[in-house]
Ligand binder design. Structure first.
Ligand code: ADP
Ligand code: ADP
Length: 227
């Protein structure tokens, strides 16, 4: 677990006339669930990708804990990310999908097994470990994608519209599951969505972006109270 700090973080795409993200300042607390929300094109993904190390930062800095990670490659940032298109390996079982990154990292089989089993328990996937992804529901697959991220025990967890491929009903139940999972793990989380209801129901705090500029950061309660 760790704090995450965007310190005037700025991204200007090559050929861009104005910043896609303009001097973003947010201090995220240890264990906090922060939601970045705003309309399409406001800079949410760019912000998340800067934090992940997938996008150059053209001004300002990004810190995880007290480490300046602004120019570190993704693998050295101790983060895990779940995308909108969480492609699972179709020929591998759920367990092997979840353990794959650990296998690549050279973790021994017994330890992988233990971590996979723990994650599966938390995610309610224990009875599906030997199945292939195609034998699972959309919501279960989505949880496998999360499992794949959490077995690595990252300091920070990033999610970019992870529910957008689910139907409306599943989206609501998965929303609750993700929020409670995050609270149980207590892992600092940055979650991107264009859906205001999702933002307000899931976040400890919600950061509203518009045209690359931060408009407001506050708890949902305080946002509702304000006119
Ligand atoms: P959001 O995630 O809120 O939809 P993005 O971060 O994807 O917003 O995009 C922010 C702005 O940056 C938009 O104007 C978008 O068109 C632009 N943008 C995003 N990716 C690129 C890119 N690879 N090259 C140039 N412009 C980009
Ligand atoms: P390999 O495919 O290299 O022979 P395994 O079949 O044992 O290795 O599975 C790959 C990884 O996934 C292993 O490291 C193992 O610990 C994990 N794994 C496989 N099946 C399960 C399971 N049912 N429960 C938990 N972890 C599993």
């Amino acid at each position: 677990m760790a704090t995450v700090t965007f310190d005037k973080a700025t991204r200007i795409y090559p050929g861009g006339t104005k910043p896609a993200v303009d001097q973003l300042d947010i201090a995220i607390e240890d264990g906090e669930f922060l939601v970045l929300v705003g309309p399409s094109g406001c800079g949410k993904s760019t912000s998340l990708r800067m934090l992940a190390g997938l996008e150059d930062v053209n001004g300002g800095a990004i810190r995880i804990g007290d480490r300046d990670v602004t120019h570190l490659p993704p693998k050295d940032r101790d983060i895990a990310m779940v995308f909108q298109n969480y492609a699972l390996y179709p020929h591998m079982t759920v367990a092997d999908n979840m353990g794959f990154a650990l296998k690549i990292a050279g973790v021994n089989k017994a330890d992988i097994r233990k971590k996979v089993e723990e994650a599966a328990k938390i995610l309610d996937l224990s009875e599906y470990l030997d199945r292939k992804p195609k034998a699972l529901s959309g919501g279960q697959r989505q949880r496998v994608a999360m499992g794949r991220a959490i077995v690595r025990e990252p300091q920070v967890f990033l999610m970019d519209e992870p529910l957008s491929n689910l139907d409306a009903k599943l989206r609501v139940s998965t929303r609750t599951q993700i929020a409670s999972l995050q609270r149980r793990l207590g892992i600092t989380t940055v979650y991107v969505t264009h859906d205001q209801v999702e933002a307000m129901t899931m976040g400890d705090r919600v950061a509203v972006l518009k045209d690359g500029l931060l408009q407001q950061v506050d708890s949902p309660r305080n946002m509702y109270d304000k006119p």
